[in-house]
Design a protein around this ligand. Structure first.
Ligand code: SF4
Ligand code: SF4
Length: 283
């Protein structure tokens, strides 16, 4: 089973839920797909056994074969190629913007002159290891690199179907989040009961509805803010799965990189119950 943990907004406690859920289960695997800023390892201290460089295939143009027809620029949905056509006997040009390339391969497939070959561009690294009984995988995107979905895909290649895979998704509601959560059996949306939290929660709910992934909400710092999040969930039949109150001790543990369930055992039962509720709701 694959459970992803997402939040429309950063800083809501997504990693706290992912790490503590993993620590509360038998046979869990944690995949940190927040590749721009992975931080689950801070709490799990995994022993890394393998580091695998991650690449995307980007086009390289053979200017001797290119006819400057413009087909590649036409098919590129990401504006990663621009073609300047030949003009008045002057040779044209093809500009490739590797940072925008998603490595989809459409341009090389459709080039009528067979003028495009794919070359590997390193975008980051996937690290695989163990933290006690938990299998651990995370991706680290190279500094300055913006193309996180291909790296997220590569992290997800390590999903172990014999384990409960917990995916810590990036924050927000754009392509990287969709890449991280798609294929999940269930998604936990972590939010906080503030106007900003509710606004971003609504966006995340729209995304999950479109992807037809079942989901529920964990309200973090549940005793601050107002009751509008609770009312919204009730009105939209969104399961209110768990509450984590605002607590100085929890904040201190977080700042020291200590998982909640290690010091406050009652939360282990809480996260276990959360898992059981998810199992029931999927069935
Ligand atoms: S599709 Fe091929 S031939 Fe046409 S402009 Fe692009 S690289 Fe050149
Ligand atoms: S591989 Fe895909 S994203 Fe990259 S330049 Fe070609 S068409 Fe665009």
């Amino acid at each position: 089973m694959i459970i992803s943990i997402a939040s429309g907004k950063g800083g809501t406690g997504k990693t706290t839920v992912a790490v503590n859920l993993a620590l509360s289960l038998d046979n869990a695997q944690l995949l940190d797909c927040d590749v721009e800023e992975p931080n689950a390892h801070i709490f799990l201290n995994p022993i890394i056994s393998d580091k695998i460089p991650a690449y995307v295939p980007v086009p390289e143009i053979d200017k001797d074969k290119c006819t400057y027809c413009g087909k590649c620029a036409e098919v590129c949905a990401y504006h990663a190629i621009a073609v300047i056509p030949a003009n008045n006997g002057k040779k044209g040009n093809v500009l490739v913007f590797p940072h925008l390339c998603h490595g989809c391969g459409a341009c090389s497939l459709l080039c009528p002159a067979d003028a495009i070959k794919e070359v590997k561009k390193e975008i980051g690294v996937v690290e695989v290891g163990d933290s006690g009984d938990i299998q651990f995988v995370h991706g680290i995107l190279n500094v300055g690199e913006i193309m996180s979905p291909p790296l997220i895909r590569q992290v997800k290649q390590y999903i172990n179907p014999t384990r409960t895979a917990i995916i810590d998704a990036p924050p927000g509601t754009t392509c990287p989040v969709i890449e991280a959560v798609k294929g999940s059996d269930f998604c936990i949306l972590v939010t906080e009961p503030t106007p900003f939290g509710l606004y971003d929660l609504k966006l995340a709910v729209e995304v999950l509805n479109k992807l037809t992934i079942p989901f529920g909400v964990v309200i973090n710092r549940s005793d601050i803010g107002d009751d509008k999040t609770e009312i919204y969930c009730r009105e939209h039949n969104i399961p209110d799965l768990m509450r984590i109150p605002f607590d100085r001790e929890i904040a201190e543990l977080y700042s020291k990189g200590i998982p909640l369930v290690k010091e406050k055992k009652e939360y282990k039962t809480g996260f276990n119950n959360l898992y059981k509720t998810i199992l029931k709701s999927i069935k």
